[in-house]
Design a protein around this ligand. Structure first.
Ligand SMILES: CC(=O)SCCNC(=O)CCNC(=O)[C@H](O)C(C)(C)COP(=O)(O)OP(=O)(O)OC[C@H]1O[C@@H](n2cnc3c(N)ncnc32)[C@H](O)[C@@H]1OP(=O)(O)O
Ligand SMILES: O=C([O-])CC(=O)C(=O)O
Ligand SMILES: [Mg+2]
Length: 306
């Protein structure tokens, strides 16, 4: 059975802060995004990329996904960032302000050239573009299909609200349409949707509420600004034991239904048919990825394919 790659928590770590970088191995997030963009002041752009390269060269036993957020490609730093960090082998590049599919394609071409230069397999470096403007949201459906390197699309609500000339609220009503469109784009392309940061690192209740909302919408995880946010995210994304137990019953029930020659059956008085089974299989795959169960799911048998 294929296991979903968990990307519940992607923690930003400023690339100019050695004391923060050195703790990356002990953070329990699914990944980190070492930042060369907005967390780094202009006066430290050059020093930060060297620091990040050295850090990655010395961090050989990687225990989480490592993504580097470079500066946008239309700035004077973007290409230098790539040249500095790629030889130290991050897993992927987060491309900020990915307003169009063309800019992601440009990065794709640049990564191919670096891979050839470094003698690496083509496609080794992944891309996580940030959708963080009105233009980015409008184009995200095409952006999500712009290259095979994409692990997902990330939504950036701080810049998005700035681009719309509105305030970001904790309730997040102003983000609903954009978030939904980013999720559609990702699901249609078969990639993951990563939600934006929650900036108030002291408000765990607010973070819990927002994470519950974005999970309901279809996001796979969130970008984070503070290590204290990791546990809250993981708690919200953990499948509930009762849901896993129910999913197991659904899979069992549909197999019995098929043996009886029908595609629909009643379980505790509720109808179980093909879409219910698909959702149950998703729950079981997620539970598998969380290490809650270890079972072989034969999808051909479950879905009744010949
Ligand atoms: C809109 C955007 O682009 S967001 C992406 C760019 N921004 C960032 O990367 C910001 C990263 N986060 C931070 O700088 C901070 O967490 C802030 C500013 C949000 C909050 O700061 P504080 O309230 O001072 O943090 P807090 O008191 O929780 O720090 C506790 C410890 O965790 C460390 N820490 C905090 N955030 C991080 C982080 N993101 N990565 C690594 N270590 C961190 C601190 O250095 C501190 O370590 P210490 O105890 O050894 O001194
Ligand atoms: O990833 C994020 O959410 C941070 C960001 O750049 C933004 O919101 O503009
Ligand atoms: Mg931003």
């Amino acid at each position: 059975m294929s296991v979903f790659q968990l990307r519940r928590s992607l923690l930003y770590v400023p690339g100019n802060m050695p004391s923060m970088l050195q703790n990356i191995p002990i953070f329990e997030s699914d990944g980190v995004m070492i930042d060369l963009e907005d967390a780094v002041p202009l006066s430290e752009k050059d020093a930060a990329r060297i620091l990040v390269r050295r850090f990655l060269e010395n961090y050989q036993d990687r225990n989480k996904e490592i993504i580097v957020r470079i500066n946008a490609l239309d700035t004077k730093w973007g290409e230098d960032d790539l040249r500095a960090v790629l030889p130290a082998l991050p897993d992927g590049i987060r491309l900020p302000k990915a307003d169009t599919p063309e800019i992601v394609e440009t990065l794709d071409t640049m990564l191919t050239e670096f891979e050839e230069e470094l003698g690496l397999e083509i496609g080794r470096f992944k891309i996580l573009p940030s959708i963080e403007s009105a233009e980015g949201v409008i184009n995200c459906i095409r952006t999500a299909k712009s290259t095979k390197r994409l692990i997902g699309l990330a939504f950036g609500a701080e810049d998005y609200t700035a681009s719309l000339e509105i305030e970001r609220t904790k309730k997040g009503e102003e983000l609903f349409a954009a978030r939904t469109r980013v999720v559609w784009a990702c699901k249609a392309a078969g990639i993951q949707a990563i939600d934006t940061i929650f900036a108030d690192a002291g408000d765990m209740e607010g973070l819990h509420r927002e994470t519950q909302l974005i999970k309901t919408l279809g996001f796979s995880g969130k970008s984070l600004v503070n290590p204290r946010q990791i546990d809250v995210i993981h708690e919200v994304f953990a499948p509930k034991q009762e849901d896993v137990d129910y999913a197991l019953q659904v899979v069992d029930a549909i197999q019995k239904a098929r043996e009886m020659g029908t595609g629909v059956i009643s379980l505790h008085g509720k109808m179980v048919d093909a879409p219910v089974v698909k959702r149950a299989v998703n729950t079981l795959k997620t539970a598998q990825a969380h290490g809650m169960i270890d079972i072989e799911l034969d999808e051909e048998v479950i879905y009744g394919q010949e």
